[in-house]
Ligand binder design. Structure first.
Ligand code: AMP
Length: 473
């Protein structure tokens, strides 16, 4: 007997079912194998709950920059690699190991900036700032990139706030920059001290380096591989080596301060005298050299007053004088001095001290809507409240009044405005006091001024209170 063919309609239905099933299986398989994107190592999101501290740091720096008449500059994140090779210098960790460099689509060799002083010096030349009244004082903030091994307090993308002063060689410039940095920490409520040293001019450093290399060559066999590499490529970095053997050897090593020429000594003494005059707590650290090639004379770092000197990554910022930098980039001889602060490290110090400023003002008013007509009026009301400086919360994803009032309670507002269809028609709105539950129907045109009055009589102060988010560390 021939096989009975299925009816065409049934056949189509079966086919539909099979296709549907296959699509579902595919979806499941796809879901299973679809990897969730992850962050690159050493990169991080700065979440809303951290922004209170970040704003506090940025706002404090800005206020102080303006008080000391520094001008804001924004510099590109991507620059020609050559800029950093010529300034930071080969033989430094930043150049040899840590730079993000690549060929751009035009086959130019470019780098994500590892720091911004070189860019600031480049900008000084690019825009002929030599012709402006000197010193030219610039400040910036933004992300920097270094492909170092990530650890606590060390990221591959991190943010710096920097201050640079171009065109004045006087020691007072160094001292004023240090005072400015210290003032930022003071205003942030952090107890910070300065470590300071002088590495003199390029010439006196060469004589010193010859001595230092001769000394460490005698002990070469005791050094770690890293420090052997430093001895060969950048012997000054032996001074801030973290290796115990090297640190012990350093006690018998020649000290750079003994090799400073008279001019360098005089410069350094004057900086220290200024610091004493205005009672900036500082410590002489003969091993402080900083990692980059372009420094001359004064070098300094800001560290927490109670920080463990043996703990790595404890500097909140650092800088120094870099009199040869502009010239190294082909500009005219221009003395300069500056420093950069690490925002992540400062934010961590604030968190450790439970300093948690609010991220934004906490809303004291909630808008509950019932229906589309109410939403339309609501959009206008939001703008009126914004103009009055009263932040307002809502839950546009919810329709039921009960659900919206629950959100209002969670947010912790004092007043909820309820707008139903009837109120829209009448030109009114309900103000609900969230403490007592009392409700009042008012003219919608007067609601902003009435809310203003109610909030100030409730608090006796402006309607801005601390955000609960500020308690999140
Ligand atoms: P530097 O010029 O390298 O001394 O950097 C100045 C400041 O930036 C340091 O004192 C740190 O606070 C911060 N900083 C430098 N490198 C990193 C990094 N990889 N991650 C986080 N902060 C950093």
């Amino acid at each position: 007997m021939p096989k009975k063919k299925p009816e065409p309609a049934k056949k189509a239905e079966t086919k539909k079912k099979v296709v549907k099933k296959a699509a579902k299986v595919e979806e499941v398989v796809e879901k299973k194998v679809k990897p969730t994107p992850t962050l690159l190592r050493g990169f991080r999101d700065i979440l809303p709950e951290e922004q209170g501290r970040w704003n506090f740091i940025r706002d404090t720096a800005r206020t102080i920059a303006e008080a000391y008449t520094f001008d804001r500059i924004d510099l590109p994140i991507l620059e020609r690699t050559d800029l950093f090779l010529r300034t930071i210098g080969k033989g430094t960790d930043v150049i040899d190991k840590e730079m993000y460099t690549f060929a751009d689509p035009s086959n130019r060799n470019v780098a994500l900036r590892p720091e911004a002083t070189a860019s600031a010096a480049r900008a000084y030349i690019t825009h002929g700032m030599l012709d402006r009244p000197q010193p030219v004082k610039l400040w910036y903030q933004g992300p920097m990139f270094r492909h170092d091994r990530p650890q606590a307090g060390r990221f591959r993308q991190f943010y710096q706030l920097g201050f640079e002063s171009f065109g004045a060689s006087e020691p007072i410039v160094d001292a004023q920059l240090i005072v400015l940095g210290m003032q930022i920490f003071k205003d942030l409520g952090l107890d910070v001290k300065v470590q300071i040293n002088s590495i003199g001019t390029y010439d006196c450093r060469q004589a010193y380096l010859a001595e230092l290399v001769a000394y460490f060559r005698q002990h070469r066999s005791k050094l770690s591989d890293d420090d052997k590499r430093r001895l060969q490529k950048n012997p000054l970095r032996l001074l801030d080596s973290k290796e115990e053997v090297t640190r012990e050897l350093l006690e018998g090593a020649p000290q750079i301060l003994d090799w400073l020429d008279d001019k360098s000594k005089d410069h350094f003494m004057k900086v220290l005298e200024f610091m004493e005059d205005i009672e900036i707590p500082f410590e002489l650290n003969p091993y402080l050299v900083r990692g980059l090639d372009y420094y001359t004379h004064t070098v300094f770092e800001f560290i927490l007053a109670d920080s463990d000197p043996n703990k790595a990554q404890n500097a909140l910022g650092g800088g120094g004088r870099y009199d040869g930098l502009v010239e190294a980039l082909g500009g005219r001889e221009t003395p300069a001095c500056g420093f950069a602060l690490g925002i992540e490290r400062i934010a961590r110090a604030l968190s450790d001290k439970d300093i948690n400023p609010p991220q934004r003002p906490q809303p004291a008013v909630f808008f509950a809507q019932l229906g589309d007509a109410s939403r339309r009026v609501g959009l206008k009301l939001f703008e009126e409240f914004r103009q009055a400086g009263i932040p307002m919360a809502e839950a546009f994803g919810k329709n039921a009044l009960k659900a919206q009032l629950e959100v209002a309670n969670k947010v912790g507002v004092q007043l909820t405005l309820i707008l139903g269809q009837k109120e829209v028609l009448d030109g009114t709105i309900i103000i609900r006091d969230m403490d007592s539950g009392a409700q009042e129907i008012v003219d919608v045109k007067k609601v902003v001024s009435l809310v203003e009055k109610k909030l100030s009589s409730k608090q006796g102060v402006a309607p801005v209170v601390q955000s609960p988010i500020s308690t999140v560390k």
